[in-house]
Design a protein around this ligand. Sequence first.
Ligand SMILES: C[S@@+](CC[C@H](N)C(=O)[O-])C[C@H]1O[C@@H](n2cnc3c(N)ncnc32)[C@H](O)[C@@H]1O
Length: 279
Amino acid sequence: MKKSKVIVPPIKCQGIKTKIIPFIKEHVKRKKSGLWIEPFVGTGVVAFNIQPERAILNDKNQYIISFYQKIQNGEINSSIVRDFLEYHGSILSEKGNEYYIKMRNDFNSNGDPLYFLFLNRADFNGMIRFNRKGLFNVPFCKKPNRFSKAYITKICNQVENISQIISGKDWKFTCRPWQEIFNIATKDDYIYLDPPYIGRDTSYVGEWPEEEAIALSKYSHATSAKVCLSMWKENQFRKNTHLYDYWSDFYWHELEHFYHIGAKESNRHPMIEVLAIKQ
Ligand SMILES: C[S@@+](CC[C@H](N)C(=O)[O-])C[C@H]1O[C@@H](n2cnc3c(N)ncnc32)[C@H](O)[C@@H]1O
């Protein structure tokens, strides 16, 4: 696999694909003139590394979308991010959890994407989770000195890199139902799918019931565009039966990688990731 530097975005989320970017880049073969379409763009890490000229980047999470829209129109840049994180980071270092909760409450009433960035970079494991009322509810990472100078600089550099990548490109960041995004696609386009894990937990916004996952397979088969699905195949405990049941006619490229539970080296577990590509 050819190694090139992976662009890391300023937003984090569960299931972020940073580690498998070289694998994705190796297998994505697309028409350069076509649209790059991501109905579940998340942090944007895949698009930021593929760097197509034209793209529709969509997600249900309106805060991520408005964060990138504001970078695109210049309302958010690295110096605005620096001022914001320095100011609130210094109060966080004095007040700790109490201030994190204040920022979370403020965000839940103002919906400001800068507050979202602050929470995303100060919360437990960079998680994104909303309760049934749509309120962000991830706890503090418990590190009051989270926003050190070096950490702020790292985030600002990430913002700067992303704004340079977006600049001058025909990219649209949208927050629409994923089905509508499929309807835009034509035969020259490439749809990269990274939906959430199928879950039974109904207490959170953003959960992905099996019916949606099945509908996604139907849309993917019906579209004339090329489709590539990212999904886990198996770990030592479980097989992903949905992949076998609904995507078996796509070509599966497999990659084994390891994840850790806790800090111990012995808790290193293999996981097989698949890129299932429509032939
Ligand atoms: C696995 S993540 C995508 C990760 C992304 N590829 C990355 O590397 O950052 C799945 C994304 O789907 C979004 N999502 C969940 N349900 C959705 C829906 N019904 N429509 C659109 N996006 C949805 C979530 O907000 C989340 O960002």
